[in-house]
Design a protein around this ligand. Structure first.
Ligand code: DGL
Length: 268
């Protein structure tokens, strides 16, 4: 079991931010990544669809003999995690619990902001998780649906990006928050621009690194951590053209050579 790969999935390539943190923290663990590039974005889709897609991807990853499944997508974590956990026999980790836990510990004034896709924000998953940990904490949310296309376009510090950040965060910054959860895979890439808007005193919580820490904890606890000392192997699967994934993926993972294969989940 220990030498089996970690499975990670996302609606597209944003989950590579989570993969990159796992690679840094656990350099010897093999990883199989699935990006549902044919059906992205998940952010605006119904819960029924997200559960169906997530179950299909999880079955594919289990065929590949993964020892744990990391749901790197915030929207899928918000809408499909309980269904996945109920049906799957391996541990399933989402990004919401680790991100919320980190934020609750980080806040000094007890006021936490959360930004994410419409699906994530409308589900109230982050708010519920924060309140479950500490009922006294105050949470304020804002959906930012235009951030994902801006990042995919590579407009990480474009003037338009600054304008849109200004518009979305206007109300949140008036709530006296001292901690802001970046509740979407893509947002760490515009972290600098967001930080500029909210100011240095507001701590930005990137669910990706909090999740990597949680994965390590679970692998150790369940005796699943690899003890091998060789370089890890990475495999990438997508549901649409591998070319764009390879190209834009470099933005998330750096110059790592990527072996990407297309899979048709509907035929499975
Ligand atoms: N991966 C999604 C998330 O973290 C963002 C992209 C999408 O909407 O599919 O919520």
């Amino acid at each position: 079991m220990k030498d089996m790969p970690i499975g990670i999935f996302d609606s597209g390539l944003g989950g590579l931010t989570v993969m990159s943190q796992i690679m840094k923290l656990m350099p010897c663990e093999d990883i199989i990544y699935f990006g549902d590039t044919a059906r992205v974005p998940y952010g605006s889709k119904s819960q029924e669809s997200i559960i169906k897609y997530s179950m299909q991807i999880a079955s594919f990853l289990l065929e590949k003999k993964v020892k744990i499944i990391v749901v790197a997508c915030n929207t899928a974590s918000a809408l499909a995690l309980p269904s996945l956990r109920k049906k799957l026999s391996v541990p399933v980790i989402g990004v919401i619990e680790p991100g919320a836990k980190y934020a609750v510990n980080a806040t000094r004034n007890g006021r936490i902001g959360i930004i994410g896709t419409e699906g994530t924000i409308n589900s109230s998953s982050y708010v519920k998780e924060i309140k479950r940990i500490d009922i006294k904490k105050k949470a304020f949310t804002q959906a930012c649906p235009l951030f994902v296309p801006l990042v995919e376009e590579g407009w990480l510090s474009h003037p338009i990006t600054y304008l849109i950040i200004e518009e979305y965060l206007k109300a949140l910054t008036k709530k006296n928050i001292d901690t802001l959860i970046l509740g979407c895979t893509h947002y760490p890439l515009i972290k600098k621009a967001i930080q500029k808007k909210v100011g240095k005193k507001t701590e930005l919580v990137d669910s990706a690194s909090a999740t990597a820490g949680e994965v390590l904890k679970i692998l150790k606890k369940d005796g699943l951590k690899s003890e091998r000392q060789r370089k890890a192997r990475y495999q990438f699967f997508v549901s649409d053209s591998p070319k764009k994934f390879q190209h834009v993926g470099q933005r998330f993972l750096g110059k790592l050579p990527m072996w990407v294969k297309k899979i048709n989940l509907e035929e499975k």
